[in-house]
Design a binder for this molecule. Structure first.
Ligand code: SAH
Length: 464
């Protein structure tokens, strides 16, 4: 280790910033955020200081006596001689000094921080690679939910109570682990501290504090794992059991916690591995065993996903659940196909319909669909594609209305075929397209010619 990482308490302590530019302003701001009493020494101040209140400003060049009584000093001038002088003087007086961008002149360096106060993550490459630390910071920002701030404050509120109630340190640690990794934490992260508090106190009263189970109904997006939400990923890493549909891509499934039990619930057309009622009951049963159950669905769980039905049953049984939205096929697939769903020249509205009904027929409100300047997105429409196009033409849409069909959109296997209402069914047949496919109908489809940007290598030979 080249440096000793420590967290300094600078509350109401005098700290000096030498320099009046934007960098000095940034450093002064960090010090002020940590509660320091900041003095800035510089012949003049940059505009960025204008809104900065509460600092002491000394409008002269740096003099060694400015260091008197200082707890630490940061030099951020663009004059290397001054910077060197500050460093030398501070070293002589044993005052910790940081000189921006000059590691040799520093006795301490400023880490990169991810701020979830009171929780702070600080890290540094010791000057080896600032770009690497910036990249790591982006990762950590994504990884650590914003709500951890609240969670840490929540934990602080109950520290003493729990310490008084559970004397044994080992038992106390286990209790905290349960709290911070379980439903109580999830409630806090979801912003419901009242319920979290009730649960925590309930668990504290209970002699054998077992965890109640919980179901996470999570949308996994249309296929590309990069389209997962932070929350989806976090819950995927936390689940004990995952119940997933065939729409969930293998790559995404691989990101679920390694030792979680995987249960396939099917959902291909006419090949339901598990009837819906059975899935509903399974979720209830697993949650009642105290498991953290991840119900992972393609796209968004509330869009043609029967997610509503699944949690209705959970609600009836008083089982805790949360719903995590996902990028629905319409939005993900159209983006990757280069087809904006609305556009001032082509469509002011967009309608999502399912082309697959319970009894296998296609029975839609054709008049509502066959409107000008409206994009129609059809989920599960491959099977009924011919009927769909015929009916739309019969109800007034021109035969040459542009239409596209996208197979396995957003993935490396994406294939996009474009045509018109008259030609699309034939194209789908000749090209032997297979589910999942999304159909997009309307003038916006013509924009693909200009806007197609995603061309996975596997699909180049097929793309039409
Ligand atoms: N809840 C999902 C939809 C489930 S219905 C969502 O919000 O996206 C299943 C249908 O979604 C498929 O038949 C297909 O029409 C569409 N679909 C889902 N993922 C798709 C993909 N990657 N490419 C094309 N269509 C997709």
């Amino acid at each position: 280790m080249d440096y000793l990482p420590i967290f300094l308490n600078v509350k109401a302590r005098p700290c000096l910033v030498v320099g009046g530019g934007d960098v000095a302003h940034r450093k002064a701001s960090v010090l002020a955020a940590a509660g320091a009493t900041v003095t800035v020494v510089a012949p003049e101040l940059a505009d960025s200081f204008a809104s900065f209140s509460g600092i002491k400003y000394v409008a002269v060049r740096f003099q060694p006596e400015h260091l008197d009584g200082m707890m630490l000093v940061i030099a951020a001038t663009n004059d290397s001689a001054v910077n060197r002088q500050v460093s030398l003087q501070a070293h002589t007086r044993n005052i910790p000094v940081n000189v921006v961008d000059s590691p040799d002149l520093c006795s301490f360096i400023m880490p990169s921080i991810v701020d979830r106060s009171p929780l702070i993550v600080a890290f540094s490459s010791g000057g080896a690679s600032p770009v690497l630390t910036r990249m790591l910071r982006a990762k950590l920002e994504a990884l650590i939910p914003q709500g951890y701030s609240r969670l840490a404050l929540f934990a602080a509120r109950f520290r003493d109570v729990i310490k008084a109630r559970i004397a044994n340190p080992e038992q106390r640690r286990m209790f905290w682990e349960n709290i911070l990794d379980g439903v109580v934490a999830e409630k806090v992260l979801a912003g419901d501290e009242a319920s979290a508090q009730g649960m925590l106190l309930g668990l504290l009263e209970n002699d054998k504090p077992g965890q109640p189970g919980e179901v996470y109904l999570v949308g996994a997006g249309p296929g590309d794992p990069d389209l997962l939400t932070f929350r989806a990923l976090r819950l995927m890493q936390k689940a004990d059991v995952v119940v997933y549909d065939n729409l969930v891509s293998r790559q995404i499934l691989d990101m679920v916690r390694r030792d979680a039990t995987r249960i396939y619930a099917g959902k291909k057309r006419d090949d339901h591995a598990m009837p819906q009622e059975e899935i509903n009951e399974l979720l209830v049963r697993l949650a009642k065993q105290g498991k953290r159950v991840l119900r992972l669905k393609g796209g968004d769980p509330f869009i043609f996903g029967r997610g509503g039905e699944e949690i209705e049953m959970l609600a009836e049984h008083g089982i805790l659940f949360q719903v995590v939205p996902g990028i629905t096929a319409a939005s993900g697939v159209s983006a990757y196909a280069g087809i904006p769903l609305t556009h001032r020249d082509h469509a002011q509205s967009c309608i999502f319909v399912t082309g697959h009904l319970k009894d296998g027929s296609v029975n839609l409100d054709w008049d509502a669909l066959a409107r000008p300047k409206q994009t129609i997105v059809v989920y599960m429409g491959l099977h009924g594609l011919a009927t769909l196009c015929t009916e739309l033409i019969a109800h007034g849409l021109p035969e040459n209305t542009p239409a596209a069909i996208v197979q396995q959109g957003t993935t490396q296997n994406q294939r996009v075929m474009t045509g018109t209402l008259a030609t699309l069914p034939g194209i789908a047949q000749t090209e032997k397209l297979q589910a999942p496919t999304l159909i997009i109908i309307g003038g916006v489809v013509t924009l693909r010619e200009k806007l197609a940007w995603f061309n996975p290598s596997a699909a180049t030979k097929n793309s039409g």
